[in-house]
Design a protein around this ligand. Structure first.
Ligand SMILES: O=C(CO)COP(=O)(O)O
Ligand SMILES: O=C[C@H](O)COP(=O)(O)O
Ligand SMILES: [Zn+2]
Ligand SMILES: [Zn+2]
Length: 309
């Protein structure tokens, strides 16, 4: 089974009211933990690579590791560029054999975002690759933001329709209150589901993407802190909100922070409990196992993508 695009996967996900997990990958253990979970759950899967991941691992290593994962498991995997900020990085990934790229022009004015996205879409589609874009700002911590501020940063439903029509993009990341990292909300978690429904109404059947969708699982934060870490006031998106988003038009749910926390918690725990151990395979093996169990939980209980192959 070669790498696949997300076209058919999103269509089935939309119709079935579930979402496909898009997990960020940076090294072999993370990739193995995720694909082993998807294999056991019989679930479709998106592996995504950020510019930072490419810089850390170097592009050829990640590409070959993902190819190895596909060969080893036989899973249909989408290889996706996360938050590409220029035409050049999108082109490099398309030329490298990625099946999906994100062009993130969300920091640009609306017209410039359209122009850049359209340029990537034209190149990608010529090469059989699909494109995700972003409209609205998926920011940092949002504390009791006013309606005016929300209007300025959250995705405008009418603009979303115009953006999709004018760019021909395949999926769209929207801002409805999530943010990247482990500190998503200072007060009560809040997602603007009314806005999501308004966007869906204008774009029926069109796949939407939720970034910043880690739940920041308390068990991993607690383990980090128990074994020497210092992570305070961390808060993620509650699982029931993700389930609701998946049952609406959200077809792709992005998860990175939960992988980082699972890995760090396990390495801290393992080394604290085995102070004389210095074989990296031991603590990285424990981390890989924790990632696998966490991803299985997400697939089965949050995304709803078990047995959807
Ligand atoms: O959106 C993400 C990657 O694009 C990851 O979000 P989290 O930081 O919530 O895991
Ligand atoms: O959206 C951000 C992802 O979590 C990737 O993070 P990164 O750019 O540090 O690799
Ligand atoms: Zn962005
Ligand atoms: Zn993101």
């Amino acid at each position: 089974m070669p790498l696949v695009t997300s076209k058919e996967l999103f269509k089935k996900a939309y119709e079935g009211g579930y979402a496909i997990g898009a997990f960020n990958v940076n090294n072999m253990e993370i990739i193995q933990g995720i694909v082993e979970a998807a294999k056991e759950e019989n679930s479709p899967l998106i592996l995504q690579v950020s510019a930072g991941a490419r810089k850390y691992a170097r592009p050829v290593y990640l590409k070959k590791l993902v190819e190895a994962a596909v060969e080893d498991t036989g899973l249909p995997v989408v290889l996706h560029l996360d938050h590409g900020e220029s035409f050049e990085i999108c082109k490099a990934c398309i030329d490298d054999g990625f099946t999906s790229v994100m062009i993130d022009g969300s920091k640009l004015p609306f017209e410039e975002n359209i122009t850049l996205t359209k340029k990537v879409v034209d190149y990608a589609h010529e090469h059989g690759v699909v494109v995700e874009a972003e409209l609205g700002r998926i920011g940092g911590v949002e504390d009791n933001i006013s309606v005016g501020e929300r209007e300025a940063t959250f995705t405008d439903p009418d603009q979303a329709l115009e953006f999709v029509e004018r760019t021909g993009v395949d999926s769209l990341a929207i801002a409805i209150g999530t943010s990247h990292g482990a500190y998503k909300f200072k007060g009560e978690p809040y997602l603007d589901f009314k806005r999501l429904e308004e966007i869906m109404k204008r774009l029926p059947g069109f796949p939407l993407v939720l970034h910043g969708a880690s739940t920041v699982l308390p068990e991993f934060v607690e383990a980090c802190n128990k074994y020497g870490g210092s992570i305070h006031s961390a808060k993620g998106v509650p699982e029931e909100m993700l389930r609701k988003a998946a049952s609406l038009g959200i077809c792709k749910i992005n998860i990175d922070t939960d992988l980082r926390l699972a890995m760090t918690a396990m390495i801290r725990k393992y080394l604290a409990e085995n102070p004389s151990e210095f074989d990296p395979r031991k603590y990285l093996g424990a981390a890989r196992e924790a990632i696998k169990e966490m991803v299985k939980h997400k697939i089965r209980n949050v995304l709803g993508s078990s047995n959807k192959l």
